[in-house]
Design a protein around this ligand. Sequence first.
Ligand SMILES: Nc1ncnc2c1ncn2[C@@H]1O[C@H](COP(=O)(O)OP(=O)(O)OP(=O)(O)O)[C@@H](O)[C@H]1O
Ligand SMILES: [Mg+2]
Length: 344
Amino acid sequence: MDIRIVGVSKAFGRTGALRGLDLEISAGELIALLGPSGSGKTTLLRVIAGLEFPDTGQVYFGNEDATGLAVQERQIGFVFQHYALFKHMTVFDNIAYGLRVRRRGTATEIAARVGELLELVQLTDFAARHPRQLSGGQRQRVALARALAVDPRVLLLDEPFGALDAKIRRDLRRWLRELHDRTGHTTVFVTHDQEEAIELADRVAILNGGRIEQVGTADDIYDRPATAFVMSFVGDTSAIPVGFDGHRPSFEGRAFDTCLLGPHRGPGLFYVRPRDVEVTAPEAAAITGKVRTVHRTATGLRTQISPGTTDTLIEIELDSSAKVKAGSQVGLRFLRGRLFGVRG
Ligand SMILES: Nc1ncnc2c1ncn2[C@@H]1O[C@H](COP(=O)(O)OP(=O)(O)OP(=O)(O)O)[C@@H](O)[C@H]1O
Ligand SMILES: [Mg+2]
């Protein structure tokens, strides 16, 4: 089912958690909400679920205006970061719970449905266990089976793997993607882990301060970041303030050659990725800088250089064979970068 969020604002006291937010989610899509802590991800999920009501704006489920619907009327499956399974119930009873309270079928029919779900989340042999006898990843799979049991129209997942260690997270992420491809539920997945968002989702919505900065595929977000925030949020960047003469950007009055990506053509901040800067002899480049730090990484060298007379640090990635020394003066060549207006 399509979900459409139109102009939704929600404040808690003076904090504007959501500020005029628009988002369209297609039926069967798996979309990730990615953003820093406090950007409004959980609030947006709760507004979609009907656990929170917007101050202004609408939420549509298909053509139906669901804005005023109570949570019970929305047919939502919800998995929280720390999902509280019923401790005194077995895995089987946890999954059956929603079906029983809604009287969805006879005991035999419910048992059959729970059996299918156990198979789907690969926990058939664990039906008789209690939550305390499961690993964290297994518990989250039970939580997911429980959310799926009532045939939700929409599946909402709020950092469901947040508490688990990196390796298990990666496995569960792939597993969830496969599960989604088989079941095709419209799914909204909250995370603040960009790798998780990009690997898992069809599209990623980047939130910042209660607004959406960009919605797009991994390629859109990485290769065509719409704002300076998106550019610096997904991957490392450095920025320097530049002027613009209509053709080339300039730094501290000296124009320099670069491949300018993106539409902005004017003064602003020039953003570069660590791999897109070359270090040369000082006399071979328009811009020079002082090497502040150099350290070895798994793939080469990482160095921080402050350009011109500034204290700004530019992060650069070099081959391990590169000859750079802390304290020395070097030339900087920016292969490509993106200009954003200061408010952009
Ligand atoms: N019930 C509440 N009462 C008061 N303020 C709230 C409430 N819920 C959220 N907020 C505030 O609204 C803003 C957005 O919170 P939200 O929980 O949506 O962020 P988030 O993106 O999920 O962050 P995180 O990644 O830390 O989970 C924050 O400033 C938060 O303090
Ligand atoms: Mg949250």
